[in-house]
Design a protein around this ligand. Structure first.
Ligand code: ATP
Length: 237
């Protein structure tokens, strides 16, 4: 079976300085969810940016369903079915909730946009309730739902989430993780970077531990979450 996402020997960084990604090889099957965990500065966010086309790889390849993504601009990657939700500044604060969702689907035909917005309102009643409110009035957890909703407007095959629970209270994070698990259960493959490593591994099927720009461990998420060495070294557990 061809994997949905294949990252092979990816090397890259932000300039002439040292490479941040030092040869990353990971794969994600169709409809699967993997959590990327590891210490600060390991290159987790950088890996997501490289997959999304926001960072030019120095060498190595990224493929989606066998098709080469490496070298495509972010728009080209997005048009092939990869939606990226950055950690910050992922909504338009002064636009309404509905307008934010419409912006998420601005490349889609009008009728598709209307249909998908209605689908998201049905899926997330909070968004429907607040559809006319400026996005800046939402709570942190509600903003993350809106940001994911914008990404879902293109019906992506793969959703890239960069620390969705950052800055949320434990209760808000727990509720957000429930929503992420539900989005995954509906068939979207997800690659999620998280500081809340144990919570992320609890809802993901696969785990990827990144340390200093390299893959230190991969395996079933539950296995990694209960591995004493992983807990001690990377999860503070
Ligand atoms: N835009 C940038 N320009 C230059 N260097 C950057 C940039 N963004 C990140 N870096 C550097 O790249 C390294 C990896 O950062 P990255 O954000 O990928 O780590 P991370 O594993 O996601 O950790 P964190 O949880 O701290 O975000 C860090 O040393 C960081 O300082």
């Amino acid at each position: 079976m061809t994997a949905l996402l294949e990252v092979e020997a990816l090397v890259g960084g932000y300039g002439a300085a040292d490479e941040i990604l030092k040869g990353i090889t990971v794969a994600l099957p169709e409809r699967r969810m993997a959590a990327i965990v590891g210490p600060n500065g390991a290159g987790k966010s950088t890996l997501l940016k490289a997959i999304a086309g926001m960072l030019r790889a120095k060498s190595g390849q990224v493929r989606l369903s066998g098709e080469l993504l490496t070298g495509l601009p972010p728009r080209g990657v997005a048009m092939r079915g990869v939606a990226f939700v950055p950690q910050e500044a992922n909504i338009f604060p002064s636009l309404s909730v509905r307008e934010n969702l419409e912006m998420g689907g601005y490349l889609e035909p009008r009728a598709t946009v209307t249909q998908r917005v209605e689908g998201l309102f049905a899926r997330f009643p909070m968004l429907a309730e607040k559809r006319r409110r400026a996005a800046r009035t939402l709570s942190g957890g509600q903003r993350q739902i809106l940001a994911m909703g914008m990404a879902l407007m293109v019906a992506p095959k793969l959703l890239l989430l960069d620390e969705p629970s950052a800055g949320l209270s434990p209760k808000a994070a727990e509720s957000l993780f429930d929503d992420i698990a539900a989005i995954h259960a509906e068939g979207t493959a997800i690659l999620m970077v998280e500081q809340n490593a144990l919570e992320a591994l609890a809802i993901a099927e696969d785990g990827i531990v990144l340390v200093d720009g390299r893959v230190a461990r991969t395996g079933p998420a539950a296995e990694l979450a209960s591995d004493p060495e992983v807990r001690r070294l990377f999860l503070g557990g």
